[in-house]
Design a protein around this ligand. Structure first.
Ligand code: UD2
Ligand code: MN
Length: 565
């Protein structure tokens, strides 16, 4: 045996022994020593026969190309758009087993994975999902997974009211997709309890959760499973690609990023770390999952108590599970070589099922149980959370104690260490506020002109007296954007030409076209990385940006309150 280890394997004996010890802590059967080599053997998992068949496909939406309805197909467009929040009529025109483009990093195409990987149960909760997007999810999973690894796909019907959701669905699955079955919940339970219901039925070694409008891409499974095979206390997320809600075009979101949140609990992304960039096909650590798409070992999921059952309908569960995984001894990765497309809806079509602010209640539950003193930063921004009734959280607190989980400060300092740089828990003060008055024409002030998104802003007579005009009140924030007071609209210049208009656009907080500095000494408002100065034509009452000029009087502005500290 030793001879075989030394000759056939690059790992040395010490590594081998470590490997056995690690594996011993895991769920998967420990092999006899004479099978050591087989345990670490890696193989090419690609299904080339299927991949080549896919490559030959033509038709609407094939290869992930954008598709369109022709005029006589338009009749269902509005009706289906309204109830789904995406172009469901178009979905009906695209094959359930359409080919998607293989947009993985080139290095993924030759990557090998452990020959011995755990089995999988895929769990898909759905409430009123459209027929073809739901079935495309199931079809893509069945077709693009090695059949001996895929034990079952469980569609959890969260009490849908669309008429096909019960018997027609069961019949379709029985006739066409034998590995897929549906369970029907007797009452609307929300996505969290629906996932739990699916997980309770699941029989495989790994649970994979997907949204009900997704498409699994080429060889998606092995990269999700290998890190779990190596250490069962691991959760792995695929890269989530974008299936465009209007055309069903399949494209990537970006080059990958680490998951995070801001202090209003919006899901955010942090840049990859330098060492992640060095190995673009290797899984990298991610503080927070997006929520819908991930793989976790069944054993670890239940050790963590699954999800908090008190989380209702939608929202917050991605934070609960991510905090739990990290704080309670696990780890979470994003795997660049596993890709799954997801329809990011244009809007959520579901009416609130009469449950009030369930998102707020969920957030508060998660914050109270897991975030310690950091919960206050959320409450500072959303003071009403303090008045929401979380219900009983004693079970969650007891779980945290019994698992001996680390404090939130550990998570922030060790795992999400760069989050506060981008999303400071305490926002620094504004640089300046109030009226912006021109010095070349001192009776004129910058004015948002009652405009909305995409509107061009200008200059007007300065408002007088205490009840000053709201349209002449601006804030230069610590994000270095210039906001219309009380709105989330920012001064934005996208035109690179001289005398470019200033328009209003939703604030994105990442500078670029919305980057402004106030030069106190020169009294300039300087825009952008290629600096241009805010200027105006008092005669035509036009506001624009142009080359900065020391001699110009109309480029000088008095900003009412400037914070000099
Ligand atoms: C994101 C996640 C989603 C979930 C959510 C926060 C991704 C791509 N999506 O929003 O998985 O983490 O954030 O909670 O990461 N559903 C039910 N019952 C309900 C409501 C929804 O079964 O009462 C199903 C729904 O059909 C879908 C899944 O839950 O399969 C997620 O809902 P979504 O697609 O509306 O959430 P999304 O993608 O906006
Ligand atoms: Mn979704």
């Amino acid at each position: 045996v030793l001879f075989r280890i030394l000759t056939n394997n690059r790992l040395n004996v010490v590594d081998k022994v470590k490997d056995i010890v690690n594996r011993d802590a895991g769920v998967f059967p420990v092999e006899e020593p004479n099978q050591l080599i087989a345990l670490n053997e890696k193989i090419d998992w690609h299904n080339y026969k299927y991949i080549n068949k896919d490559k030959a496909r033509t038709g609407p939406g094939e290869q992930g190309r954008p598709a369109y309805l022709n005029t006589n197909e338009q009749k269902n467009y509005d009706k289906l758009y309204k109830v789904n929040g995406f172009n469901a009529a178009l979905s009906d025109k695209i094959a359930l087993d359409r080919a998607v483009p293989d947009i993985r990093h080139e290095g993924c195409k030759s990557k090998k994975y452990l020959k011995k990987l755990p089995t999988v149960s895929v769990i898909v909760p759905f409430h009123n999902e459209h027929w073809t997007t739901l079935l495309r999810t199931a079809t893509s999973v069945v077709n693009r997974s090695p059949s001996h690894l895929l034990k079952e796909v469980i569609l959890v019907d969260d009490c849908s009211t669309k008429d096909f959701s019960r018997k027609p669905l069961d019949d379709y699955l029985a006739a066409n997709l034998t590995k897929v079955r549906a369970i029907h919940l007797p009452e609307r339970s929300g996505l969290i309890r629906a996932r739990l219901a699916g997980a309770r039925e699941a029989t495989a070694e790994v649970l994979i959760f997907l949204d009900s409008h997704t498409e699994a891409n080429v060889n998606w499974l092995p990269p999700l499973l290998e890190p779990i095979a190596q250490d069962y206390r691991t959760c792995v997320c695929p890269f989530i690609d974008v299936v465009q809600y209007e055309t069903f075009e399949y494209r990537s979101q970006d080059e990958g990023a680490r998951g995070a949140f801001d202090w209003e609990f919006y899901y955010k992304r942090l840049p990859l770390l330098p060492e992640d960039l060095k190995h673009p096909t290797e899984p990298f650590k991610s503080p927070i999952m997006a929520g819908g798409l991930f793989a976790i070992s069944t054993k670890f999921f239940w050790e963590l108590g699954g999800y908090d059952e008190g989380l209702d309908i939608w929202g917050g569960e991605q934070y609960e599970l991510s905090f739990k995984i990290w704080q309670c001894g696990g780890q979470m990765y994003d795997a660049p070589c596993s890709r799954v497309g997801h329809i990011y809806r244009k809007y959520a079509p579901f009416p609130n099922p009469g449950k009030g602010d369930f998102v707020g209640r969920n957030y508060r539950r998660v914050a109270e149980v897991w975030m310690d003193e950091y919960a206050q930063y959320l409450y500072n921004r959303r003071p009403h959370y303090k008045n929401l009734d979380t219900g009983d959280i004693s079970k969650q607190k007891a779980l945290r104690k019994s698992l001996n989980c680390k404090p939130f400060s550990w998570f922030m300092k060790t795992i999400a260490f760069d989050l506060p740089l981008k999303y400071p828990p305490i926002e620094p003060g504004d640089f300046g506020t109030g009226e912006i008055r021109n010095l070349g024409a001192p009776e004129l002030c910058v004015d948002s002109m009652r405009k909305d998104r995409d509107g061009v802003v200008g200059i007007q007579e300065c408002a007088k007296g205490t009840g000053k005009k709201a349209d002449q009140n601006f804030t230069l924030t610590w994000h270095k954007d210039l906001r219309v007071r009380g709105k989330t609209l920012c001064f934005d210049v996208s035109d690179p030409n001289d005398k470019a208009d200033v328009t209003l656009y939703p604030c994105h907080g990442s500078q670029g076209n919305q980057y402004w500095k106030y030069n106190v000494e020169k009294q300039w408002f300087v825009h952008g990385g290629n600096p241009r100065c805010l200027d105006c034509d008092p005669g035509k009452k036009r506001l624009y940006v142009t080359t900065c000029d020391e001699n110009s009087k109309t480029q000088k502005w008095r900003f009412e309150n400037v914070n000099l500290t």
